[in-house]
Design a protein around this ligand. Sequence first.
Ligand SMILES: [Zn+2]
Length: 1032
Amino acid sequence: MNVNQSAPPVPPFGQPQPVYPGYHQSGYGGQPGSTAPPTSYGAYNGPVPGYQQTPPPGVSRAPPSSEAPPASTAQAPCGQAAYGQFGQGDVQNGPSSTVQMQRFPGSQPFGSVPLAPVVSQPAVLQPFGPPPTSAQVTAQLAGMQISGAVAPALPPVGLGYGPPTSLASASGSFPNSGLYGSYPQGQAPPLSQGQGHLGAQPPQRSAPPQASSFTSPASGGPRMPSMTGPLLPGQGFGGPSVSQPNHVSSPPPQALPPGSQMTGPPGPPPPMHSSQQPGYQLQQNGSFGPARGPQPNYGSPYPGASTFGSQPGPPQPLPPKRLDPDAIPSPIQVIEDDRNNRGSEPFVTGVRGQVPPLVTTNFLVKDQGNASPRYIRCTSYNIPCTSDMAKQAQVPLAAVIKPLARLPPEEASPYVVDHGESGPLRCNRCKAYMCPFMQFIEGGRRFQCCFCSCINDVPPQYFQHLDHTGKRVDAYDRPELSLGSYEFLATVDYCKNNKFPSPPAFIFMIDVSYNAIRSGLVRLLCEELKSLLDFLPSLLDQIPEMFADTRETETVFAPVIQAGMEALKAAECAGKLFLFHTSLPIAEAPGKLKNRDDRKLINTDKEKTLFQPQTGAYQTLAKECVAQGCCVDLFLFPNQYVDVATLSVVPQLTGGSVYKYACFQVENDQERFLSDLRRDVQKVVGFDAVMRVRTSTGIRAVDFFGAFYMSNTTDVELAGLDGDKTVTVEFKHDDRLNEESGALLQCALLYTSCAGQRRLRIHNLALNCCTQLADLYRNCETDTLINYMAKFAYRGVLNSPVKTVRDTLITQCAQILACYRKNCASPSSAGQLILPECMKLLPVYLNCVLKSDVLQPGAEVTTDDRAYVRQLVTSMDVAETNVFFYPRLLPLTKSPIESATEPPAVRASEERLSNGDIYLLENGLNLFLWVGASVQQGVVQSLFSVSSFSQITSGLSVLPVLDNPLSKKVRGLIDSLRAQRSRYMKLIVVKQEDKLEMLFKHFLVEDKSLSGGASYVDFLCHMHKEIRQLLS
Ligand SMILES: [Zn+2]
């Protein structure tokens, strides 16, 4: 392969690359007529019999209204494939469901019309000052205080064990219900809150605390109940002392109202994070949820290290220890504080190393030289100067990049810069693109590369004079000199075979030029496209019918993809395949699969095989798809095991999406499917893309996570990339970094737009570098850390036992926190758990990852579910992983009905549920409406149009449309939640004490889980113990 040779002409994507043998990577390097041999896998050398109906390219471009020929579905007599574990011997094989949508509706009727305004050099850009080179907002006031009061309790032996009554009714149907045998109930009452001296301090105190401190019972081993009364700060083992201003117990709520949090140190810049946690007091005062009485899910003995990494064992007779759940960091409070503190001001990206607001905060972004956090989020915005420091801290250095992220309407899409035939200006050595960090020298005749320090000549047509500060006088007229994100029009050198691409075949392209708009054509077309999608219900109707009538159909899968891809190849264009599939492809054909599901493998060394594809055929096929720019979206409608782990290989490697509708029924699932499909079809997609992340000297990208293919160690190849998908990149040191110059990232995505335009999208981000570990910990972002750690773990299960993966996560988390404790926190009793302010949610979130279905499946979780979730998480952005791992729980009847805003969330714990209330729970994929057993009759009537709780249909998925304020509000809220997520969330109504409640409780992630996952409190204690072990 001859991609990207180093000699001139300069290839757009840089350095010579080792290339996958046999993989035809078409000429990104700008070499005309790549001579690479065609891919060499024999199995796909021709259409298999039965697939010769592959529509020719012309057919693929048929107007959408015409019926596409079925892609062909091989039907073979049913063998005796046994789905034994499904207990449905007579329903052995699903019928063929291989409905391939090879029609490419509406393709390029207006292909040559510009789709978006191209601005070559926007004339007016705000004259913001230059990005400071070393300014750093260090006014992070990290101090929070959490009560040091923790009471280990040793209940009398035998007291209080036994299933909580609320679970008893459902226990029969859940094999693991026996695990509920260990709920201690006779525990010490919740501790009162200690009152620390923080409360007496004025908000603008000069020595802001930096850490959260708690005391966990791990400090002294089991204690007798008599020792466990409420501890005052400074008392016993946990309290702060005067010499430890950073370790203070919770102030009373009045001491620091939320508003005072925002004041921080006087003057700009504002504090990155709230300096205290007023919300803890709020919670401690009982504002969040009902009774604080006995907490059924807390206090189960925390089972010790081994259990965290393995199957739940029987209840262990360890003395339960308790932390007051209100005294430990609350995700809800952190989210609220950030919204209050940072939601009102735009996030301006001009300052290097700024930590952006949380993903849960609504904020606007002003690009002043660094990429918006909507495009790039980092685990830390201040990275250690040396690899030794980085190793010491164990904080992964990673960026979650969403190159084509959708922006809110208030924010402009990146400018498109056209440098004409000369193409984008780049560094001759490292090929980095012109960006605001390049230094112009010698009166503007040369520039020094900010990534590799190479001195480059400025081409005459790009020359401009410098002002007295050394800045080009046209800097603010040029996006590439003043903005963090922008696009270049690519020249033909950036195109496959040195030919400008045809428009991708699957995209609905609409002329949006002036005349088209004015004539009403655009409106007409949009309406038409909507109705075009309506042909799908008939398709959906067919699938279940086929299931009903046909029992002897074997399906194939790979040849369908092959056929679609060949059609694209013949048409010489990139594009997207939409595949609809229902069953395991067991017919004799390439990619034939067998049922190899085996739950007995769970928690064995062979569990990883459940996540691995069972044949390499799909990887081979995927490579060919990537070379063609063929992105595959897969819609699965399984009634039983379909081997998602294998079937999702092609979507995964081509940047596509997988949707799974288990036990699909038209009446129940049509809305969800159609909604997903419509959204998917309408997504903005970049085709035939290559992404490269360049870094300044000292660090480099070493690892990548996401839905893509890599044939070398640097180029991320994406047949398609849509606005929801992220690529996560991990960085490692290869040299010492410099505090003054910081560290730079540049992500360059070369892609074909929906209009068939070849473009380069550039995102730049400058980070700070530090020689003090405290600076690292002050500038971390836990949500991004969790996103990275989840992806790392979810990939790890492909190769390692799940227990090993869990243990690794726990160890890493403990090391991160121990390093902070050792190097950054002021001395304090070992009994105190001290968490860095920015990471105080690390334990709770990490615990959610540890007990997720992939890493610790419950009995009801199928192998396909796990593979599916694993695949989904791989491409999730930070907001998605945040809500996926820690669901949002919204009480519906607590706030006034008139209130237009979303009700404030409560912590995801059963303890927070009031049986007189109704709650919505969502995690981006699932949506539950939980109805308490004592909900007022009027509420029941208003929402469900029935007269009593008992008449509510459990499992209901649609609320009746009723003309009253409550009904409108709840339905409106559901719509709004759905609109916020990239996939349609089907509603499930769950009644308290009902069987379905088990399903719902699975998402109450602060509680101990059925599958043995620890409660938040227990996990925090465990983490404390691990940290202490590391420190001792
Ligand atoms: Zn360079």
